[in-house]
Design a protein around this ligand. Structure first.
Ligand code: GLC
Length: 557
């Protein structure tokens, strides 16, 4: 139970933090004039890097306009709609209202948003909790609207929960584990608030959320970037919290790969779906959080050790992912012609993938132009399925090269019907059916074909798609997706997910008023309106890593 006060924030004098604050930054490139970007065709047709040509760094706008949150005119008024010149969509006001209704308070302070407020649903399960991953789009919406307080409270509250002793039966979980979700219990008689948290010990399947710690680090950077307030990330508590998360995933073991070995159901897809092993969602979030942590860790004795480990891991992880998870027409053709049973360092087919294991659908699905990071790679096993979250995060974190990022967008465009259809965005493609569904999901009735995690369409993914579109200079794709969402979301009361091959039906067991569907829509809208917000959640290709890559031999000695 939580019986303590919020930890105070110390103002630590900075040695060197948020080093990427000075990085090439979209928020600097694109400030005020961009408010009208939606109307400019030229923007659609050029990449952001092209747009940057002609702008002198630092000469565009000042630090203040980038980092100070937008002022709000009234509690219920989204600042973004008062700041721009065009009429907000009527759905925006409704979404803000619904988002504010979902706010959870702890001792009078806002600390998060509840997963769903669906009064019609008979079963609450754990949808009345504040999920770490679900809060991310809410947090971004609040940051973009100039309301950082709730985000700061959330970061501190979850950090506090990390300090709890976590057990499943007689087994103690790693110290750094962050909860999947937490709940505030109000006692109206005693007038007390207490917290309960779930680290996987109550979750269906008893799986710990590997993504929670990563999202926490990513959100800490977003908060810092958006407010310009370095003091939170610099507190010894936050520094320790980051180090604890990192110790969990940087520890040495029997691994032969730099990727992170995971149990099924350890992320947004929190049920058995055959994503065990090295799922793309986790690898992309792992990569992004390593980069975020690198920019926030202090160069003190403890921090330095982690910084060195992060740099080495990033180097290896980037190489591994870009080489072995990447699939395009050429790569598919190469795998199709692979020899098997190769031994020694000269092997081309390093993981001994048997070409016969390539599913038929991939040959039709793969366009001549385009590509993506596949779902999983491990010995003799490539999961060729498309997963939206991992691919969007790969673009945002620059795990994908600029060419790969473009190719992912090309794929989305050319496979629009399959990946977007009538409701953005398919969480995974294609669905698994029949015998395969029985074996892979263990006959999960919630994950039947084209439903829920098994090929369902999740509106929350709209914000990630929009961010990826802006980053790759293709906002027109995001606009098309948002237009689709606007035809249904409000009318259908903000469902959690849609079912069917093209996402036409409200999901079989989907909650209504699912908070991250609401927040995801708002974030997508605000980002498109003001692309400078992208800087919060995006990292440019790390230029400093390049010389290191060239001198790669130095890493082996
Ligand atoms: C479902 C989703 C999970 C989400 C939770 C709360 O379990 O699979 O990703 O965090 O609902 O919305």
């Amino acid at each position: 139970m939580d019986g303590t006060k919020e930890m105070g924030l110390r103002n630590v004098s900075s040695t060197c933090s948020i080093s990427d604050m000075d990085d090439f930054d979209l928020s600097r490139l694109l400030d005020k004039p961009r408010l009208n970007i939606e109307r400019k065709r030229s923007f659609d047709e050029r990449s952001l890097s092209e747009l940057s040509i002609g702008f002198t760094r630092g000469g565009l706008d000042n630090y203040e306009s980038t980092y100070s949150p937008g002022g709000r005119s009234g509690f219920d008024t989204p600042a973004s709609s008062t700041r721009n010149s065009f009429e907000p969509h009527p759905m925006v006001a409704d979404a803000w209202e619904a988002l504010r209704r979902s706010i959870v308070y702890f001792r009078g302070q806002p600390v998060g948003t509840i997963a769903a407020i669906d009064h019609a649903s008979e079963e609450v399960l754990n949808y009345d909790q504040v999920f770490v991953r679900d809060f991310v789009p809410s947090a971004l919406a609040f940051l973009m609207n100039g309301e950082p307080e709730i985000v700061k409270n959330f970061l501190l509250k979850t950090l506090h929960l990390q300090g709890w002793e976590k057990r499943i039966d007689r087994f103690k979980l790693g110290e750094g584990a962050m909860p999947a979700s937490f709940k505030v219990l109000h006692d109206p008689i005693r007038k007390t608030d207490t917290l309960i948290a779930d680290f996987g010990e109550s979750a269906i399947g008893r799986v710990a959320p590997v993504d929670s710690g990563f999202w926490w680090i990513i959100l800490l950077r977003a908060y810092t970037k958006s407010t310009g307030d370095l003091s939170l990330a610099e507190t010894s508590e936050c520094q320790k919290g980051m180090r604890l998360i990192l110790s969990l995933c940087l520890s040495e073991g029997f691994d032969t790969f730099p990727t992170l070995l995971c149990a099924d159901g350890c992320s947004m897809i929190d049920r058995r779906m055959g994503i065990y092993g090295y799922p793309i969602e986790i690898q992309a979030l792992f990569f992004m959080s390593l980069r975020c942590a690198l920019s926030m860790l202090k160069h003190d004795t403890e921090g330095k050790e982690f910084i060195e480990r992060i740099v080495k891991r990033l180097h290896a992880l980037r190489y591994h992912m870009r080489s072995y998870f990447w699939l395009d027409f050429q790569q598919l053709n190469d795998i199709y012609r692979y020899k098997t049973e190769e031994y020694s360092h000269t092997a081309v087919n390093k993981f001994n993938v048997i070409p016969d294991s390539i599913p038929d659908w991939v040959f039709d699905f793969m366009p001549t132009r385009g590509g993506y990071f596949i779902g999983n790679v491990s010995p003799a096993r490539m999961d060729f399925r498309w997963f939206a979250l991992g691919n969007c995060v790969a673009i945002l974190s620059s795990l994908a090269t600029p060419e790969q990022s473009m190719a992912i967008m090309d794929l989305i465009e050319s496979r629009w019907e399959e990946l977007v259809g009538e409701m953005p965005l398919k969480i995974a493609y294609p669905a698994i059916e029949s015998h395969e569904w029985r074996i892979v999901t263990g006959c999960d009735p919630k994950n039947t074909r084209w439903s829920y995690h098994n090929g369902g369409s999740w509106p929350v993914l709209l914000w990630m798609l929009t961010a990826a579109c802006i980053k790759t200079g293709r906002p027109q794709i995001a606009r098309r997706a948002i237009d689709l969402a606007e035809t249904r979301l409000l009318k259908d009361s903000w469902p959690e997910y849609y079912d069917g091959k093209v996402g036409r039906f409200i999901g079989k067991q989907a909650r209504k008023y699912q908070t991250w569907s609401i927040a995801g829509y708002l974030v997508a809208k605000m980002m498109l309106e003001d692309p400078s917000h992208l800087g919060m959640i995006s990292l440019e290709e790390d230029k400093q890593m390049k010389p290191v890559i060239k001198r790669s031999t130095s890493w082996t000695c």
